[in-house]
Design a binder for this molecule. Structure first.
Ligand code: NAD
Length: 228
């Protein structure tokens, strides 16, 4: 079975109603990265950080996978598909995709501030100050904040290096190290980048840039790959 690896970013979930960070209506206009998505923010104002992620979880409970998530699931009928997502939402899971690697963590999980192996699935529930792990330490979002290491990145690079087809969907390719994954795809592999902004990527062979929204561009590409 041929291997397809898909790197998704906030844009794949935009048509589900989850705002991206950098588009003009992105959520950074209400919150600054420094206030809510760094380890320093957590030390300075953990209540604000918990509140920000509680709001994200409440919103996630109300939205649904869109045509792009569903088309990526359909690809599994013919290909060995791995999704590497920068997103912290669970829309790929809810669309039914089987192999998903979350580079930047998951909104529906929290972990101990002291033992990072104590991870809890909380679904769409709120977490507050005073909510603790089984050893009595405050719980924090299971999110890789800006400036924190991305523990899954090496594993992700190994997966990308095996791809016959590599797709990038809805990412500004501005957040490293995830943005660098495209350089691990074998030169001979077919590469597709679907994003209405259609950013320029240099030094990548066999790359087709599709300037479309995910909800249109992904099902079209999936149709083509299914009929290949
Ligand atoms: P980004 O905000 O930097 O970029 C979003 C990209 O999506 C842009 O290039 C934009 O042109 C594109 N886009 C907008 N609407 C689209 C659509 N309908 N179809 C396809 N593309 C569309 O997001 P990023 O590159 O993923 O990186 C920022 C970080 O933000 C990531 O680490 C991610 O974890 C986090 N984030 C996650 C979510 C989520 O979980 N849904 C939402 C916002 C941000």
């Amino acid at each position: 079975m041929k291997k397809i690896v898909v790197l998704t970013g906030a844009g794949v979930s935009a048509e589900s109603g989850i705002r991206t960070f950098r588009d003009s209506d992105g959520m950074w206009e209400e919150y600054s990265i420094e206030e809510v998505a760094t380890y320093d923010a957590w030390l300075k104002n953990p209540a604000l950080v918990l509140d920000f992620y509680n709001k994200r979880r409440q919103q996630l409970a109300k939205v649904k996978p869109n045509a792009a998530h569903l088309a990526l699931k359909q690809l599994e009928e013919k290909y060995d598909v791995t999704i590497i997502t920068q997103n912290v939402d669970d829309l790929h899971e809810r669309a039914g995709s089987s192999k998903i690697l979350h580079l930047h963590g998951e909104l529906t999980k929290v972990r101990s501030t002291v033992d990072q192996n104590l991870i809890y699935d909380i679904g769409y529930k709120d977490v507050g100050l005073g909510d603790t792990c089984e050893s009595g330490h405050q719980l924090r979002p299971h999110i890789v904040w800006f400036g924190e290491a991305v523990p899954m990145i090496e594993h992700a690079a190994e997966i990308v290096a095996e791809a016959d087809v590599f797709m990038v969907v809805g990412t500004s390719l501005l957040v490293y190290p995830a943005a660098g994954l495209i350089y691990y795809a074998p030169p001979a592999s077919a590469k597709y980048l679907i994003d209405p902004a259609g950013m320029h990527v240099s030094r990548v062979a066999n790359l087709e840039v599709i300037r479309k929204k995910a909800g249109e561009g992904v099902p079209e590409l999936v149709d083509m790959l299914m009929n290949n």
